[in-house]
Write a protein that binds this ligand. Sequence first.
Ligand SMILES: C[S@@+](CC[C@H](N)C(=O)[O-])C[C@H]1O[C@@H](n2cnc3c(N)ncnc32)[C@H](O)[C@@H]1O
Length: 256
Amino acid sequence: MHGEKTASRTGRSVDIPATQPMSSPQEQWSAVDRYLADLLVPSDPVLEAALESSAASGLPEIQVSANQGKLLELLARIQGARKILELGTLGGYSTIWLARALPAGGQLVTLEADPKHAAVARANIARAGLEAIVDLRVGPALETLPLIEAECRGPFDLIFLDADKPGYPDYLPWLLKLSRRGTLIIADNVVRDGAVIEADSADPKVQGVRRFNQLLANEPRVRATAIQTVGSKGYDGFAIALVIGEPRDGQRRPPA
Ligand SMILES: C[S@@+](CC[C@H](N)C(=O)[O-])C[C@H]1O[C@@H](n2cnc3c(N)ncnc32)[C@H](O)[C@@H]1O
């Protein structure tokens, strides 16, 4: 049987077998991601260069996929975001997607603990022509978040949480402090291959996202859900929360 030929994001022609079964779910998820990216997320030299320089510098390949990057960009556009906060810059791949959604005068603050990651990100952001828009702060987010608040950089319209997973529960109060009614908070990697349902997991990342999900569920100031995803990055998911109460309103009132 003949497979279909399609142009890949790198411009090369790739074969998509028409009938041959994929040998693993991951192969199928990756092939479908490539198909969708080829159609809807055309190759972009600046983003490709960011990925290449990150890989060449030895950064872990744990950035969002192209499809997910575009989803972030779309959410920022839908939100009409003028101020964006990101926790976890890595090489700046998601930063570039998000910053490109900003209108003139928009700002993005991104927080990265690892100086090596930050240096690669700075170069990638500069190559993208976004250095005037992006404020990259180096240091553990629990140290830089209070500075962002003290400098009155908020409230942010959209917050992308993608830093260390054990820290997620500690970040949520800060994200709320830096929000307004209507802020959109997106937290990545909250499913972790399904391990999120393992209450006794010894993995601090799993415990971190479990506590974060529970805090979201208990938090009266947000309306939230979480979605499982499969794709080239495996099986995971993201939580999405809309701030519906003023951040300093306090806790849920007891029922009357
Ligand atoms: C999953 S990567 C971010 C990927 C990036 N958002 C993207 O999609 O292109 C997580 C990043 O968070 C950083 N990180 C880890 N702990 C942190 C902390 N305490 N504060 C800020 N960043 C941290 C890591 O160094 C890493 O670069």
